[in-house]
Design a protein around this ligand. Structure first.
Ligand SMILES: Nc1ncnc2c1ncn2[C@@H]1O[C@H](COP(=O)(O)OP(=O)(O)OP(=O)(O)O)[C@@H](O)[C@H]1O
Length: 352
């Protein structure tokens, strides 16, 4: 069967999760940004969920790596290996003639440097993409959260990811104020691990910490207390042990990181041009990213900043949905750039 149209792919290369959106199909991949490698042969053993399940359980010759840190590619070769497998998935393993090679829109951290952007573009191009366009994470998250970014209304987006929190005020399709913090949901996991180690002398694994956060983690101090069990290695005897942990303890463990996120939101609000402040007061701020799913985040934030706080329709998927929608703009731009002038400057076309 012949296809005459180009394949369009949107990519969110997150610190915790990688997502792929294919034009006409929707989200076709949504798994952890993890790769398991046989270090003796350099062969890929697994990626995504399968690789994440191997963390802490592999033999010596298999290494499980997270090649994206704080939203930025930290291990180029491993990221390229993941992308190659994903591209094969999209093209069903067939080698494509140049006119059928996919056009890609990839989201990059709003404050990434030209070198970091270039690394992303090269990684995707080397895997067989035809054109690669970069879109800023926060713009993509806002588009994917159904905010009206192309209208003269200011929006504020807070994307609490795994490795970073990005806070931006967007108006006329552009970022007018933005701050990035290298703290996200994964730091909450570390906070919980440290707390349990210090208080109970128990060493827990990263997946256990994440489960505790999801099950009984609250951003609000005042909530109906709940408990859960945590299993790990008791450091005094070296033997397995189980403790019972309360949601108040988990809140205490995460408190400092939450306060740093709050300080970053306040800082961005302080930089909001006065003409746009009214819109933020009227429409509030929109929370997205996996960290926005922490229990009580909406209540906690609206109490602290006295503004309406909305949750994006699909916090874990906002960015990739935004890249999928941006693909539509890129396609249309070839014929009609005038009505898309806001995005034209924001989506950097590297093909020409
Ligand atoms: N229900 C939940 N409650 C609390 N945290 C959650 C929940 N679901 C997912 N998370 C957390 O969300 C984080 C991942 O979010 P997301 O996929 O948006 O990050 P990312 O885009 O990969 O990271 P980054 O934006 O830093 O590159 C993880 O820390 C995960 O534990």
């Amino acid at each position: 069967m012949f296809f005459t149209h180009n394949i369009g792919i949107g990519i969110d290369l997150g610190s915790t999760n990688i997502l792929l959106h294919q034009k006409g199909k929707g989200i076709i991949f949504q798994e952890p940004s993890v790769i398991a490698i046989n270090v003796e042969t350099n062969e890929v053993v697994a990626i995504g969920n399968e690789a994440k399940n191997m963390v802490g359980k592999t033999p010596k010759n298999v290494e499980v790596i997270n090649p994206i840190k704080n939203g930025v590619i930290s291990d180029y070769n491993r990221t390229a290996q993941i992308l190659k497998i994903l591209m094969k998935k999209v093209t069903n393993g067939s080698s494509l003639s140049s006119f059928r090679k996919p056009n890609v829109v990839i989201a990059a951290p709003t404050k990434s440097t030209p070198v970091e952007k270039r690394a992303m573009i090269d990684a995707v191009k080397n895997c067989g993409a035809k054109q690669v366009h970069i879109i800023e994470n926060t713009i993509s998250a806002a588009i994917g959260s159904e905010l009206k970014v192309d209208e003269p209304i200011a929006s504020m987006i807070v994307d609490i990811g795994g490795g970073t929190t990005e806070v931006a005020i967007i108006s006329y399709g552009g970022v007018v104020a933005c701050h990035t913090l290298k703290i996200g949901g994964d730091k909450f996991d570390e906070d919980i691990t440290q707390y349990i180690r210090k208080k109970y002398n128990l060493l827990i694994g990263q997946q256990t910490a994440e489960q505790i956060k999801i099950e009984i983690g609250f951003a609000t101090k005042n909530h109906d207390e709940i408990n859960c069990n945590a299993r790990g290695r008791y450091l005094v005897t070296g033997l397995p042990n189980t403790i019972t942990l309360s949601s108040k303890e988990v809140h205490d463990a995460m408190k400092e990181s939450l306060e740093q996120i709050l300080a970053t939101i306040r800082l961005t609000l302080e930089e909001c041009p006065p003409e746009l402040s009214g819109d933020i007061v009227d429409y509030g701020i929109t929370l997205t990213g996996g960290g926005a799913l922490l229990k009580g985040v909406q209540e906690w934030l609206s109490e602290e900043i006295h503004l309406p706080v909305n949750l994006a329709p699909s916090p874990l998927e906002s960015v990739v949905i935004g890249t999928g929608k941006a693909l539509g703009f890129v396609d249309k731009m070839k014929n009609d750039t005038a009505s898309l002038s806001y995005f034209k400057d924001k989506i950097q076309n590297t093909a020409n």
